[in-house]
Design a protein around this ligand. Structure first.
Ligand code: NAG
Length: 263
């Protein structure tokens, strides 16, 4: 399928086609395509990279397309093609790659996407928010529902708060695999205090013994649920100190008893 030069095409939806579709943009053309919908298009080829000039595309929806076959391993032919394609989507504002079973993104995928304001990655297999999103400086909506996130890393939280301060940020996080554990208390506090616009404050989270509660409940009952956390820290500190003292004493004693020989 060739998008010819100076065509008035604005909206192209070739989702769930069964043929082997190749999509070509005429070289250096000034096409007007703004919306491209490729849902279910796993076979789609964006071959002949020098012909791909994705110009003004503002919306790209590529859901349910088994993109994990395309993204990993990063060196395969399709993956490289995809990376080139993304690199040319400089004017993209909305990107939807929901339901693709992906757990990582191509490196530097957002480096050039200065205008991206909406990113949907719901229904995938992300265990943490991919670091590439920190290249986005205009993002206003981040959708990570139905993934396998156990937490939001400290870096991500700082970045999200700064985005929110700059121009407002909504984050959708329902249906993940959050953990309410000792090493995740900062996340629990953040969820309850951040000014970012979250889709909920009561996400489900799992305690160490397997019981599901909500992050809000974990926050409210922090003292009785996580009091052992501090005591375990103190136990570690105390035992470290004790063993250090013991070893020092032993060395001193050895030195003292052998002082004449050493002299
Ligand atoms: C797990 O721990 C919580 C909090 O201590 C408790 O309320 C809950 O009953 C426990 N669940 C199981 C299955 O032991």
């Amino acid at each position: 399928m060739l998008i010819p030069e100076a065509s008035n095409f604005k909206y192209l939806d070739i989702s769930f086609g069964v043929s082997l579709v190749g999509l070509l943009f005429q070289k250096n053309s000034s096409h007007n395509l703004e919306t491209l919908i490729l849902d279910g298009q796993y076979h789609l080829t964006l071959d002949q990279e020098d012909l791909i000039d994705s110009g003004k595309i503002k919306t790209l929806k590529w859901r349910d397309a088994h993109l994990h076959f395309a993204i990993y391993p990063a060196e395969n032919k399709f993956s490289l093609m995809l990376q080139l394609f993304f690199k040319k989507l400089e004017y993209l504002e909305h990107l939807d790659m929901s339901k693709n079973s992906i757990w990582a993104l191509p490196e530097n995928v957002f480096r050039k996407m200065e205008y991206l304001s909406e990113l949907h990655l719901a229904g995938n297999l992300f265990q943490s928010i991919p670091p590439q999103i920190m290249d986005l400086s205009n993002i206003k909506l981040l959708d990570f529902r139905q993934n396998l996130l156990t937490t939001l890393e400290r870096n991500t939280r700082i970045w999200a708060d700064s985005m929110n301060q700059k121009h407002g940020l909504s984050i959708l996080l329902t249906d993940n695999a959050f953990e309410c554990k000792c090493n995740n208390l900062d996340f629990i506090k953040w969820i309850n205090k951040t000014k970012d616009n979250l889709d909920s404050r009561s996400y489900k989270c799992r305690l160490v013994n397997g019981t599901l509660i909500t992050v809000q409940e974990a926050y409210e009952r922090m003292h009785d649920l996580f009091s052992h956390c501090e005591s375990s820290i103190w136990l570690t500190v105390a035992s470290t100190l004790l063993s250090t003292c013991f070893i020092t004493a032993l060395l001193l004693f050895t030195y003292y008893s052998k002082r004449w020989k050493i002299c």
